[in-house]
Design a protein around this ligand. Structure first.
Ligand SMILES: *Cc1c(COP(=O)(O)O)cnc(C)c1O
Length: 429
């Protein structure tokens, strides 16, 4: 599949039916797998042969779908996880341990911020957050002797900042560590971070990849480009013997292309068991089959809504990287020439009161904490996800009380704009 273009990969990547085999990805709804001899099974436990023995570690349905996502991102190997949270945790914890340090963009998803700043800190893993807009010098200054990874989001949820992937990749490589990029919002249809130097790509497949709001899931893709052996002292988990598998060395046995994902599967999935259910992997694949058709419509609707909102007196500002004049317009054009995603944020001049009235007046756009779905939805952080904060705290966090995050779905843009117009009329100033 690797010679085909991205649309073809969305439809036909991953699973390749055998002669007379099922056309659609089969759901292998089985926890275990049968072998004729103990020797056959023993080879799997020694990682001498590849195959399946227990769905807590690996399942064929998941692997078909992970292979498609790896093809879409231009990577060498991939795996599915139970959620985007699990994907980011595994991607980092596969190369970090007690005593390690991470450099992360400060503009990331709240759940990932908690994961890194609170939970991984309890595991003895430190972090330095840097602005996505930092200079090379500021970025270099964030690294320490024990830094093991750099992390950022292509388009951050919910701040919508755009990562300068090449800048972060070059800094990571200057310091001998990989760049991990969460590419959830643009999806590989709109951006392929590996082409710009990222080493590992993660996804919350819960968002556009599924696209219909049916299954929580995550994915990790390895570019196969990071040379673990060249920095062997930093990554002993990949470059020294794993005694739980008779002393194999992942980087030697599975090479550049396979070491990272094999280790994450055989150690982290074995021990944490955050596997995606095969049924959910099947739903995810249905979403992927139309991802290349849906993303341009999400972008078209996001762009139209952003341009409309800019014309309204009730709106203080609109944040969308497709608008000329947006701080990230140029960098977004470079990494995402066909547009980024359908998520737009904007601030209502009337603050909290106006936001509540506006949201209640919307008819098509539903109030949800979700984003990146076929159905348009919106959220006012001040009265929902961030309601424990007062107006001063919200302003300090860069989330004004009148801020609305709107995820433009696949409806007709004229209907979305009409819905916004009638709701804005109700708070006219
Ligand atoms: C939603 C999201 C996550 C977390 O994914 P879940 O599937 O909800 O666990 C991680 N990163 C980004 C950018 C997200 O939008």
């Amino acid at each position: 599949m690797s010679d085909y273009r991205i649309n073809t990969k969305c439809v036909q990547g991953g699973y390749q039916p055998e002669n007379g085999g099922p056309r659609q990805v089969p759901i292998i709804q089985s926890t275990t797998f049968r072998y004729a001899t103990s020797e056959d099974m023993g080879k799997l436990f020694d990682l001498e042969a590849s195959g399946y023995f227990y769905t807590r570690l690996q399942n064929p349905t998941n692997d078909y779908v992970a292979a498609k996502i790896a093809e879409l991102e231009g990577g060498t190997a991939g795996m599915l996880t139970s959620s985007g949270q699990a994907a980011n945790f595994f991607a980092l914890f596969n190369i970090c341990e007690n005593g390690s340090h991470i450099v992360s963009s400060s503009s990331i998803y709240g759940g990932t911020f908690n994961l890194i700043a609170v939970t991984m800190k309890k595991m003895g893993i430190a972090v330095t957050f840097v602005s996505p807009d930092c200079t090379d010098e500021e970025l270099d200054a964030a690294f320490r002797e024990n830094t093991r990874a750099v992390f950022g989001e292509t388009i951050a949820n919910p701040a919508l900042t755009v990562l300068d992937i090449e800048k972060f990749a070059k800094a990571a490589h200057r310091h001998g560590v990989p760049l991990i990029v969460d590419n959830t919002f643009p999806t590989p249809v709109n951006c392929r971070p590996i082409e710009w130097g990222a080493d590992i790509v993660t996804h919350s497949t819960t968002k556009y990849m599924d696209g219909h709001g049916v299954a929580v899931g995550g994915a990790i893709v390895d570019s196969g480009k990071f040379d673990w052996m060249a920095h062997a002292d930093k990554f002993p988990g990949l470059t020294t013997p794993d005694e739980s598998y008779h002393g194999i060395v992942y980087a030697e046995k599975f090479g550049l292309g396979g070491a990272f994902i094999t280790k994450a599967t055989s150690q982290l999935m074995r021990d944490f068991g955050s596997i995606q259910s095969p049924q959910n992997a099947f739903y995810l694949n249905l979403g992927l089959e139309s991802l290349h058709v849906r993303m341009p419509r999400h972008v078209e609707n996001g762009q139209a809504v952003a341009e409309f909102l800019q014309t309204r007196p009730e709106v203080a500002y609109v944040n969308y990287s497709g608008l000329p004049g947006n701080k990230y317009y140029e960098v977004a054009k470079k990494y995402m020439p066909n547009g980024g995603c359908g998520v737009v944020s904007f601030e209502l001049k009337g603050g909290r009161e106006a936001a509540m009235k506006f949201m209640a007046a919307l008819k098509l756009a539903a109030i949800e904490t979700h984003v990146a779905d076929a159905r348009t939805c919106c959220l006012n952080p001040a009265t929902s996800t961030h309601r424990q904060m007062n107006d001063e705290q919200l302003a300090a966090a860069g989330i004004p009380a009148g801020l609305i995050r709107m995820s433009c779905g696949l409806e007709d843009k004229e209907d979305l704009i009409a819905d916004l117009a009638q709701a804005l009329d109700k708070i006219r100033i």
